[in-house]
Ligand binder design. Structure first.
Ligand code: SF4
Length: 260
């Protein structure tokens, strides 16, 4: 193992000594979760691994968790279903990830503790770069023991310690849910060829949501102006940028002028 990884491991294990014993560990089966679970185990923390079944996880990930982690993982099922939420709120975006809150974070809320440990890393986003190793949020206390680890530290640790990883990493460098706002267009294409079924359902539900949103007057009783002209345009833009307002203000103004 590289010296830098060893130093990070020592630091993470020191942080872990301050985490209450009843804390649970959010576990998705991804590489960061595998790394976190091992660091917690080495630090002697008895926290349970909690996996929240989102319903749109890739099947090889679900099989990997069952095979490699078995009884170490507590499975929880969120009361709300991904597609029901999708029909209500539309697709999650990189700015409004209702999916994490409703499906993933739900897991450790139901296991009777307010202390939660997550394998989040600063490097993953600008937003996460501002996190502290322990934070109080919405009545919970969150701990991020591998916050300072970079991607290569995670792989260095996994490889040098011979930890198991899901076979999906042989094909793709980022594994999330089958349809995720963080996937790049190339990753979406890869997932679409592997799992066409969820994509068909997703597109049908999003189309219905888009048309319903367009046809429902706003609070003032006025017709809504949609950024895109059709649900197909909207979905094409989402798969590029996972953002609703991909078109600029000029397009909006033109839509308004033309009464769209
Ligand atoms: S992996 Fe992606 S789709 Fe799944 S909960 Fe997280 S952000 Fe949402």
């Amino acid at each position: 193992m590289h010296d830098e990884t060893k130093e990070l491991l020592r630091r993470s294990m020191r942080y872990i000594t301050a985490i209450p014993r009843e804390a649970v560990i959010g576990f998705s089966g991804g590489k960061d979760s595998v790394c976190l679970a091992e660091v917690m185990r080495r630090a002697g923390h008895p926290g349970r691994l909690v996996y929240s079944a989102t319903g749109i996880d890739p099947p090889p990930m679900v099989q990997f968790i069952k095979r490699e982690y078995g009884d170490r993982v507590t499975w929880v099922r969120p009361p709300s279903n991904y597609y029901r939420n999708l029909a209500l709120w539309g697709p999650p975006t990189i700015h409004t990830r209702w999916c994490c809150e409703a499906l993933k974070h739900f897991g450790s809320r139901v296991v009777g503790t307010k202390f939660r440990v997550l394998g989040v890393r600063r490097e993953e986003s600008t937003h996460r770069s501002k996190y502290k190793v322990a934070e109080a949020r919405k009545g919970m206390v969150l701990y991020f023991p591998i916050l300072e680890w970079k991607l290569w530290h995670v792989w260095d640790f996994i490889e040098s310690e011979g930890l198991p990883v899901c076979s999906l990493y042989d094909e793709i460098d980022r594994v999330g849910c089958v349809i995720c706002p963080y996937h790049t267009p190339k990753q979406h294409e890869w997932y679409r060829t592997q799992y066409p079924g969820p994509f068909r359902v997703w597109e049908r539900v999003v189309k219905e949501w888009w048309l319903r949103t367009r046809d429902t007057p706003n609070r003032k009783g006025e017709r809504r102006y949609m950024v895109h002209n059709t649900p197909e345009d909207f979905m094409a833009a989402w798969f590029i940028k996972a953002c609703w307002a991909v078109k600029g203000k000029r397009d909006l103004a033109e839509n308004a002028k033309e009464g769209r």
